[in-house]
Design a binder for this molecule. Structure first.
Ligand code: N01
Length: 497
């Protein structure tokens, strides 16, 4: 009779060898590489268009950049970090963390830097990749870890290119441009602009913030961790796990569940905290009214800042609410005829959030072209799998959880789910796995229905909303996401033998 070990050995010997391509070496790409190595699936290449890992944290280097998820939560669960300097660590520290984790797992030898994947075509049961340098690869599984907020959105403002000073998008910060004593304009009032304003107001000569829409600001202190606290984390990693888990629970109960229920007591508490912040911390009544939003808190992605109101009340700061008419060589002309003269113009105008792995050309089964499939808007079953695009799995794909969660926790849960689908391929239960059209349609309908109860549809414009005004994000609680990610429902997948 065969022993259990022999049975496993036989199963392993007959397992299908799989080659993988991971696209992107940001947070989710690094995670995928580490987890594949851990599973013994080491035949893979990570394709990264830039020359370093880090994704959004490599690209966003603007003054004040930080994550609004606490750093001990915004960490890999398997690589918690005792060294975080603050509750919300600065972006450069987060970038260093990703570089250190990638080094620790010796990922450089798997990563092809400076080579963008331009095309992926499914043919003969495998994916054929072509990169910008002309390199080709053939793989069984593609993991698209290409990120969400990475294609800068430039505003469509007349005369933008005529500006005679220095102008750049917040995600393309030009560190060669001096700011000290100069006249700097910032367009936008999202999380990015708010961080920039607080960080630079003390050094610029004059700061002009062009506000199209006022934002609710949730005040949140950002204490530093003491040397003693860091030493305690180092000495007892169990404390770090506890901290990570308690932050996760706190975030889930306070934020994550609040935003998906517009009538919840938690959202009312957030609204009150934002309102108190405005009432108590902006002294000039005219400025206070200019900064008062006319929609509910957290309808737009909530902006978290300890010191924005202080910054905008500095004598060298000015809030401009008149609509921008055009940009001229000397500055920004607003509809009231005023020319706001500037030396530097920062476009903190956000990202094209529906691009995902595009502009990469992706061709699935029977010639299905992603660009056409997504002509109206991007969709993927549970944000992971697209019908007719077998063995291609997305991390942080369309309509997944992005609001007020740690995207690392999201990606870890998604990856575990994907690995269960990969196991079907490896154990030869299927050669091709992709969601069925029916499963996707059902999920989309349920998602759209659930979205009606969220705070995101209570009357504001935001990057969460698609062209129909439906939030392109996970509209349920985080525990529901965890449940969905526990195990794939196989009836939702087309398994080609
Ligand atoms: O971009 P946004 P962001 N004329 O899209 C304005 C994450 N993030 O880079 O509100 C004038 O939120 C636009 O105005 P309006 C986080 O998920 C996190 O700030 O549309 N204004 C808006 O004010 C965040 O939500 C962190 O009327 C124009 C702004 O530009 C996401 O990234 C830090 C305009 C864009 O705001 C995006 O944030 C940074 C025009 N033509 C980012 N076009 C943290 O973790 C656009 N605007 C803290």
């Amino acid at each position: 009779m065969e022993t259990a070990t022999e049975t496993t050995d036989i199963a392993e010997a007959s397992a299908r060898p799989l080659r993988f391509a991971i696209i992107g070496a940001g947070m989710a790409g690094i995670l995928s590489a580490i987890k594949l190595i851990e599973a013994g699936l080491t035949d893979f290449t990570v394709y990264e268009k830039a020359d370093r890992v880090g994704g959004t944290w490599r690209e966003n280097t603007y003054p004040g950049v930080a994550c609004d998820v606490p750093s001990h939560l915004y960490s890999y669960s398997f690589d918690l970090n005792p060294e975080w300097s603050h509750l919300f660590a600065p972006g450069s520290e987060i970038q260093t963390y990703f570089e250190r984790v990638a080094d620790k797992h010796d990922l450089d030898r798997y990563i092809r830097f400076g080579d963008e994947v331009l095309r992926c075509e499914f043919d003969g049961g495998r994916w054929h990749l072509e990169t910008a340098s002309g390199h080709t690869d053939t793989v069984d599984v593609v993991i698209a870890a290409t990120g969400v907020l990475h294609h800068p959105r430039y505003p469509d403002i007349e005369g933008l290119n005529t500006f005679a000073g220095d102008a750049f998008h917040s995600a393309r910060w030009d560190h060669d441009v001096p700011l000290i004593g100069r006249r700097v304009g910032v367009i936008g009032t999202g999380s990015t602009a708010v961080q920039i304003v607080s960080a630079i107001v003390g050094e610029v000569g004059h700061l002009t913030l062009f506000q199209r829409t006022a934002q609710w600001i949730l005040p949140q202190v950002n204490p530093a961790y003491s040397d003693a606290e860091k030493a305690a984390f180092r000495a007892d990693p169990g404390q770090l796990v506890q901290l990570h888990d308690s932050l996760s629970q706190l975030f889930e109960e306070s934020f994550a569940n609040a935003v998906v229920d517009a009538d919840s007591p938690q959202i009312k508490m957030i609204e009150k905290a934002c309102l108190d912040n405005l009432e108590n911390n902006v002294t000039d009544p005219e400025l206070r009214e200019a900064l008062r939003p006319d929609y509910r808190a957290a309808c737009k992605r909530l902006v978290i800042s300890e010191d924005f109101y202080q910054a905008i009340q500095q004598p060298n700061a000015e809030l401009v609410t008149a609509p921008i008419e055009r940009i001229e060589p000397g500055g920004v002309r607003t509809a009231d005829g005023v020319l706001h003269e500037l030396d530097v113009l920062v476009l903190a105008t956000g990202f094209q959030v529906d691009a995902f792995m595009r502009p990469m050309k992706v061709i699935g089964r029977n010639g299905a072209v992603l660009e056409k499939v997504w002509a109206d808007r991007p969709v993927a079953y549970l944000a992971i799998s697209i019908p007719d695009f077998p063995n291609l799995f997305m991390l942080n794909g369309p309509n997944g959880p992005v609001g007020n969660f740690s995207l690392i926790e999201v990606a870890e849960l998604q990856f575990r789910y994907i690995m269960q689908l990969v196991e079907l391929l490896r154990t030869r239960r299927a050669r091709e796995v992709s969601a069925t059209h029916e499963a996707l349609d059902e999920w989309e309908a349920a998602r759209e229905e659930a979205a009606k109860h969220t705070v995101w549809v209570t009357g504001c414009r935001s990057w969460y909303l698609d062209d129909r005004g439906i939030p392109a994000v996970w509209p349920w609680t985080f525990s529901r996401f965890r449940e969905e990610m526990a195990a794939p429902k196989l009836e939702a997948f087309e398994l080609v033998e």
